[in-house]
Every structure is written in structure tokens, then in C-alpha cells.
Ligand binder design. Structure first.
Ligand SMILES: CCCC/C=C/CC(=O)SCCNC(=O)CCNC(=O)[C@H](O)C(C)(C)COP(=O)(O)OP(=O)(O)OC[C@H]1O[C@@H](n2cnc3c(N)ncnc32)[C@H](O)[C@@H]1OP(=O)(O)O
Length: 281
């Protein structure tokens, strides 16, 4: 009985999908009319780098999904090999002061909205997912990843430090010992390693399969009272959420101070240069 309820929630090729957002934006929201589940797709070529505009669209899309009382939210990417390359380093390298503020504030908004979302959330990780990409994935309640990609918080490799709330998301998924070592090493996990360590929940062989598995996870709540479920989730996540809520201004100040340090700017410049060299080869 449960199985048939769940499978009826899995998107089918024949189901009708309503587009809630238009293609001019960097995100699209598609609601499956059969399941009521919203698929939120990031679409900022070439690598879904999280710049101010993509973060703004993500924030608005999450809000739209909450307001429309969708049954759940699946986060994914339109890029076939990259879920998200994390924060757009160009936002932090030689930054404009006002834009940098807006950028970080909007990232805080996105994390608060996604980690604290009232609806069940899942990530269909259909490509590489470093740093900010990993933050988005670990803010969701369930993760399904395609083979032969990588995921992790690699900040120390860039000479930067993941903020406390990045670590909170990571720690909500991984055992402390594994998280601590991985954060210190800036470790990127392969799909297999991520599965073995619990950083992801399942592996799927195609994006369609990943979306179906995410929908199945969301469908597993069909017999649970939605208010009781969301209040339980929010209570479990309240400590991390209020920590950032109460320290938003200090977190912003710390970020701006840190990013503007000459050594950090130098490190980001070298990292960007190496990325560009690599992409030319
Ligand atoms: C200071 C307080 C803490 C702040 C916290 C920060 C968290 C972060 O998210 S920092 C960002 C960390 N992200 C990364 O380290 C990812 C770097 N990118 C990659 O590893 C690879 O690009 C990829 C595995 C995501 C994809 O590889 P692929 O071979 O397909 O593409 P590339 O040829 O490498 O890249 C194409 C193009 O995109 C540019 N690019 C890639 N990532 C970023 C990025 N995060 N920000 C800005 N630009 C990026 C890359 O330079 C290429 O550009 P060109 O075509 O112009 O050469």
C-alpha cells in the first residue's frame, strides 16, 4: 500500500508539469501535477557558479515553492556534469564593496530558506558539487548523486575557511570525526566515497533516476501529518538556524574582513588563474 502510494508520487513521463518560472531567470521551477513536487533547476552556464543573481533567483524560487504549498522540493542542475561549482569566485576576487555585501547577505538568505524549508527537500546531484554546491546539497534532507562526480567542502584548498553554518550543514549529515578531517583536508569525495561515508544517501545512474529517487523520498512522508513533520524538522534544525539568524551582521562583517585580506585576495587570484589555465588545456 505504502509502496503504491510512493510510486504514485514519482514523476512519470506522462504527468503534466507546470512551469512556474520563466527561462529568463537563472532558475526554473517546475511543479509535477501528479505528485505536487517542485523541481528547482539551477541554470547558470558554464558551471552554476553562485553569483548574486543566481542566489537571488534561488532565494525567490524557494520562496515561490513554499508559498505554493508544494509537496516537496528537489534541487538539481541543467548542466549535465556540474551541480554547482560553488560560490562564483569572481564575486570575492577584487570585489565591489556594496555588491559583496549583497552577495553574502543573499547567500545567508538562501541557506536559511533551504536548510529551514518547511517542505521536504532533496538534491538530485547530477554533477560535481564543490564548496557552495555541497552547502546547497547538504542543506537538503536527502541526496541522490550520479556516479563519477565529486562533492565536498574544499575551502581550505583555496586558502579560505568555511563559515560555521557551512560546517553545520556538513555536520548534520556526516559523523563529526569524518566531517572534521574532511574540512581540514578540503577533501572532495567521489560519489562512491560520499555514499560510503553517508554524505549522500543513494547513487542513481541517470538524472531521471535521481529525480525519481528524490521524489520517492519525498513521497515517504505521504502518510505523515505535514504540520507535525515540518515542526519536527524545524525543531531539529532550530539551533543552527538561530545561530546564523542571531549573528548575521557579525557573520557578514567577518566575511568582508576576511575576503579583503591581501593574502586571501592573492590566494583567490592564483586559484582562479589555475582554473582558467586548466580549462584552456
Ligand atoms: C571567505 C569565506 C568563505 C567563502 C566560502 C566559499 C565557498 C565556495 O564555494 S568557494 C568556490 C569553490 N569552488 C571550487 O573550488 C570549484 C572550482 N571549479 C572546479 O573545480 C571546476 O571548474 C568544476 C569541477 C566545477 C568543473 O570543471 P570543468 O572542467 O567542467 O570546468 P572548468 O573548465 O574548470 O570551468 C569552466 C569555467 O568556469 C570557471 N569556474 C569554475 N568554477 C568557478 C568558480 N567557482 N567561480 C568562478 N569561475 C569558475 C573556470 O575558470 C572556467 O572559466 P573560463 O572558461 O573563463 O576559463
Amino acid at each position: 500500500m505504502l509502496r503504491s502510494t510512493i510510486s504514485s508520487l514519482v514523476p512519470r513521463a506522462t504527468s503534466v508539469a507546470r512551469h512556474m518560472s520563466n527561462a529568463a531567470k537563472l532558475t526554473t521551477v517546475e511543479i509535477n501535477d501528479v505528485t505536487g513536487i517542485a523541481t528547482l533547476t539551477m541554470n547558470r552556464p558554464p558551471v552554476n557558479g553562485l553569483n548574486l543573481e543566481l542566489l537571488t533567483d534561488l532565494n525567490n524560487s524557494i520562496q515561490e515553492i513554499e508559498d505554493n504549498k508544494s509537496r516537496g522540493l528537489i534541487l538539481t542542475s541543467s548542466n549535465p556534469t556540474i551541480f554547482s561549482a560553488g560560490l562564483d569566485i569572481l564575486e570575492m576576487y577584487k570585489p565591489d564593496k556594496e555588491r559583496l555585501k549583497a552577495f553574502w547577505t543573499t547567500l545567508q538568505d538562501v541557506w536559511l530558506a533551504l536548510y529551514g524549508s518547511a517542505v521536504p527537500t532533496a538534491a538530485a546531484i547530477n554533477g560535481h558539487s564543490p564548496a557552495g554546491g555541497c552547502l546547497l546539497a547538504t542543506s537538503c534532507e536527502y541526496r541522490v548523486m550520479l556516479p563519477k562526480f565529486t562533492i565536498g567542502l574544499n575551502e581550505t584548498k583555496l586558502g579560505i575557511v568555511a563559515p560555521k553554518w557551512f560546517m553545520s550543514s556538513f555536520l548534520s549529515v556526516l559523523p563529526r570525526r569524518v566531517a572534521e578531517r574532511a574540512l581540514n583536508q578540503g577533501r572532495m569525495f567521489t560519489t562512491d566515497e560520499a555514499l560510503r561515508n553517508g554524505l549522500i544517501d543513494e547513487v542513481a545512474n541517470s538524472k531521471e533516476e535521481a529525480l525519481a529517487k528524490c521524489a520517492e523520498f519525498i513521497g515517504s512522508f505521504s502518510k505523515v501529518n505535514p504540520l507535525a513533520r515540518s515542526l519536527t524538522k524545524q525543531q531539529l534544525r532550530a539551533a543552527e538556524l538561530s545561530e546564523l539568524e542571531n549573528e548575521r551582521a557579525q557573520d557578514l562583517e567577518k566575511f568582508i574582513f576576511f575576503v579583503n585580506q591581501p593574502a586571501v585576495q592573492k590566494g583567490l587570484g592564483i586559484y582562479l588563474e589555475n582554473l582558467k589555465k586548466k580549462s584552456k588545456n
